[in-house]
Design a protein around this ligand. Structure first.
Ligand code: PAF
Length: 285
């Protein structure tokens, strides 16, 4: 069964009448197979799952696509209903607030949750304030939904680390699971923003996954290969469509890998105004 809640008052009332532990998947809607994989993971763990659909204004910069971001609630609800046929007896509560004021009520509208260290680097350096917006809304959603466990896609790897760090720093009693990237058959990571791409841009976008794979193959899980992997990164960056392409520690995102046992390759490839994110993680020996 799918239940839709559009007001925070109703959400709080519903949650306070429940005693069972719940899983929670926060999203901005316009669902694709990546979101569905998060929901399926939650449905495997819990009978009762909360799923939010909210295009959060505070994580968009002034010249970003907040107004244009696809809002497809009816279609999203239908996808969830169809999925639930495979999970008889389970319930998904969709919290889709009608107005931002439902989330940012007067008492908390000036509150900002800021995850120092991670929020200003790499993606955060290009999108100032973005991770404050993400951490602030996710904290608010946690506060309202009170989940036992939450699920985040690893496509937004830095976002996953920001939320994981927020949970640790604030001692929130919430488990977080990072879920593997779901890709199109071509290798392009699924994203709601892929639909902005023209056919030519779609073809060019394959260089993103291909570049990351080349670096991964060069590194081959061996610390000794870091210098040659870094040389390859410099060479790839001659293609000015890369916003960034970085080899970093997988937990701290530090550049210094001397004591790293796991690394991440993070890249953003921009085509027109569309920024495509992707990443890979690997153990180092
Ligand atoms: O990844 C997203 O869709 C958003 O950043 C999130 C986590 C739902 C917060 O608005």
């Amino acid at each position: 069964m799918v239940k839709l809640i559009t007001s925070t008052q109703e959400l709080l009332k519903t949650r306070s009448a429940e005693t069972e532990v719940i899983g929670f998947v926060p999203t901005m809607g316009n669902l694709h197979a990546g979101h569905i994989s998060l929901l399926e993971a939650a449905l495997k763990d819990f009978d009762h799952v909360y799923f939010s659909i909210f295009v959060n204004p505070t994580q968009f910069g002034p010249n970003e696509d907040f107004n244009q971001y696809p809002r497809t609630l009816e279609k999203d609800l239908k996808l969830i209903e169809d999925l639930l046929i495979n999970y008889p007896g389970k319930e998904v509560v969709v919290y889709s607030p009608k107005h931002p004021q439902e989330v940012y009520t007067d008492d908390i509208k000036n509150r900002v949750i800021s995850v120092k260290g991670l929020k200003d680097i790499i993606e955060g350096a290009i999108r100032p304030g973005h991770f404050d917006g993400v951490a602030t809304v996710v904290f608010r959603l946690f506060e309202l939904v009170k989940p036992y466990k939450t699920y985040f896609g690893l496509k937004d790897y830095q976002q996953f680390l920001v939320i994981k760090r927020m949970i640790q720093d604030l001692n929130l009693p919430i488990m977080i699971q990072g879920m593997p990237i779901i890709r199109e058959p071509t290798g392009l990571a699924l994203s709601s923003r892929n639909q902005y791409l023209s056919p030519q841009q779609k073809e060019k976008s394959l260089l993103l996954n291909y570049g990351l794979k080349q670096i991964e193959d060069t590194l081959a899980g061996d610390k000794l290969n870091i210098p040659v992997a870094r040389e390859l990164i410099t060479k790839l960056k001659n293609d000015c469509n890369w916003n960034y392409l970085e080899l970093r520690d997988a937990d701290t995102l530090d550049e210094d890998l001397s004591s790293s046992s796991k690394v991440t390759i993070l890249g953003v490839y921009q085509l027109g105004t569309t920024r495509l994110l992707d990443n890979r993680q690997m153990e180092l020996k």
